[in-house]
Design a protein around this ligand. Structure first.
Ligand SMILES: O=C(O)[C@H](O)[C@@H](O)[C@H](O)[C@H](O)COP(=O)(O)O
Length: 276
């Protein structure tokens, strides 16, 4: 496996935000460089840091990245299956929505018209031509356990193998949680179920459903999107690989088996990374 550190010469965006994009694992430079002719290789990482970083200019690069995954999936299979996490991540993204199938990598088990519902937070979907039945919300009238059990299997009744999403977008918390997989929680070890539930989330609301690591790590692409210096320590521990496979840092357990992992980070969140 080859690791590269790439740098886009970055222009300031309207919001004057710089974003860093970290590639873990193998990837094609040409696919990264497409649309960004100014990409240049600036260094090669030492093996103890299995990450490559790309400085990108803005969320528009994230949109380009999502666009690329969407186009590839639609071309290959006529559909694009994406799963989103909660938090500030909602509100990003774009593109040929009519072919999109949107799932929640985790969801708060609350009525879907409540303002802390992921589904409700994603109200921007109403502004794009997405097919309403392609937005797969949870059953908000049953318990967390039942909602988890029937999620995915109701939307995709004929599925038998572990679902393989084209793209899973995850945020992370300051404690390093991803989706609703929190540090030291038994849900981290779930290997039989694709979707599990928790009733004791340290981040409110307490009841949630969440994809398990087998699903997250089966995706073709996983992007972790992180902003703010409150996440800097977690980003450092996860990317700099201080303690490998650490159950107290779920973000580190995001390790796609075959797929590609990419981190998008703003400058504050990347501020504690050990410089290469
Ligand atoms: O319920 C949630 O909010 C999500 O399950 C959680 O995993 C979220 O993605 C991270 O906590 C980051 O959230 P922020 O980007 O809002 O900090």
């Amino acid at each position: 496996m080859t690791f590269f550190c790439l740098s886009f010469s970055h222009t300031k965006t309207e919001q004057e935000t710089e974003f860093y994009l970290f590639y873990l694992g193998d990837f094609s430079i040409s696919s990264v460089a497409r649309g960004n002719p100014e990409v240049s290789i600036i260094s090669v990482f030492a093996p103890q840091r299995p990450a490559s970083s790309v400085i990108v200019s803005s969320f528009s690069d994230l949109a380009d990245y999502i666009a690329e995954q969407s186009e590839a999936a639609v071309k290959e299979r006529g559909a694009f299956a994406i799963a989103l996490s909660c938090g500030s991540l909602i509100g990003l993204t774009g593109l040929d929505w009519s072919k999109w199938h949107i799932f929640w990598a985790d969801e708060r088990v609350v009525a879907e018209n409540r303002c802390d519902s992921n589904y409700k937070l994603a109200k921007d979907f109403s502004k794009v031509p997405i097919v309403p039945s392609h937005v797969h919300s949870i059953n908000d009238s049953v318990s967390a356990e039942e909602a988890a059990d029937e999620y995915i299997t109701v939307s995709v009744p004929d599925i038998s193998d572990c679902p393989k999403f084209d793209l899973i977008l995850l945020g992370i918390g300051p404690d390093g949680h991803v989706a609703s997989l929190f540090p030291n929680h038994s849900a981290l070890n779930e290997t039989d179920k694709w979707v599990t539930f928790i009733v004791d989330s340290p981040k409110p609301p307490p009841e949630r459903i969440t994809f398990t690591f087998p699903v997250i790590n089966s995706a073709s692409n996983v992007a972790v999107v992180v902003t703010s210096n409150s996440k800097a320590e977690a980003v450092h521990l996860a990317i700099d690989n201080i303690e490998p496979n650490c159950p107290s840092l779920p973000a580190q357990l995001v390790q796609p088996t075959i797929g590609k992992l990419i981190w998008f980070s703003d400058k504050p969140a990347a501020s504690k990374l050990v410089s290469e």
